[in-house]
Design a protein around this ligand. Structure first.
Ligand code: BTN
Length: 248
């Protein structure tokens, strides 16, 4: 059964709220969603635009797994966001870009930020933070962004509210979490690969200290991206901004 969803009117960041609760001994599972975030966090220290009408939510849970294993849930999170989008827009418009950007009509529509730490009661607490642009797309972003409202399917009457989005996301994530717990990572990775075009072809990877151009050659068993460089060597990339079929 999906974890309960707590809806807050406002918080600094649902990931920060999950961290505070985890460090105080709360184990979850609990979804914390907010109508507004005043200090939404993105990857690589970026801010996350969190206007009212969008979805900002974090699943707090505690696992007896290593941080590396727990990081596999980033793939489950991307699949869950794709499932959420499928409910409201033409599914043909939905795709995943390595490692966890879910695109709508080729544009960013959501973001995933997973944080973790040692739980005071043992195990590892995990904050699976997910932002989805339901009603608004941020302007002036480095790469174009979009939102569900811009692509609503003809048979969908209205853009989902924060509450609706949070509930649908919690249900979708629960399916992938159960699959991961009972069957392991492989079926999750296989489903993710099936929704992720561009894993084989020209690719630019912008890492923290360098930018690499090469040919993507699929993913490793843990989901890390294989990139063949012009000198024939192989780089395995676990984190970074990646652009497929283009030069960044
Ligand atoms: C990205 O940079 O793509 C990741 C963005 C993650 C945003 C979500 S919104 C809910 C949760 N709370 C945060 O402060 N960040 C994540």
């Amino acid at each position: 059964m999906a974890a309960p969803v707590l809806i807050l009117d406002e918080t600094d960041s649902t990931n920060a709220e999950a961290r505070r609760r985890a460090e105080a001994g709360e184990v979850g599972p609990l979804w914390i969603a907010a109508r507004r975030q005043t200090a939404g966090r993105g990857r690589r220290g970026r801010a996350w635009d969190s206007r009212e009408g969008n979805l900002a939510s974090t699943l707090l849970l505690t696992l007896n797994r290593s941080p590396a294993e727990a990081a596999q849930l980033t793939f489950a999170a991307a699949l869950s966001v794709a499932d959420l989008l499928d409910r409201y827009v033409p599914p043909a418009l939905v795709s995943i870009k390595w490692p966890n950007d879910v695109l709508l009509d080729g544009r960013k529509s959501s973001g995933i930020l997973i944080e973790s730490g040692p739980s005071p009661s043992g195990g590892l607490w995990l904050a699976v933070g997910i932002g989805v642009n339901l009603a608004h797309a941020p302007q002036g972003t480095e790469r174009p962004a979009t939102c569900i409202a811009e692509h609503l399917r003809y048979d969908v009457v209205a853009t989902p509210s924060t509450e609706d989005g949070a509930k649908v996301l919690a249900e979708a994530f629960d399916v992938w979490l159960e699959r991961w717990i009972s069957l392991g990572f492989q079926p999750v990775l296989d489903a993710w690969v099936a929704r992720t075009p561009g894993l084989f072809g020209p690719c630019t990877a912008r890492l923290s200290h360098e930018t690499l151009n090469g040919i993507a050659d699929g993913v490793e068993a843990d989901g890390a991206l294989r990139l063949k460089l012009p000198d024939g060597s192989l780089r395995v990339i676990s984190a970074g901004d990646v652009f497929f079929g283009e030069t960044a």
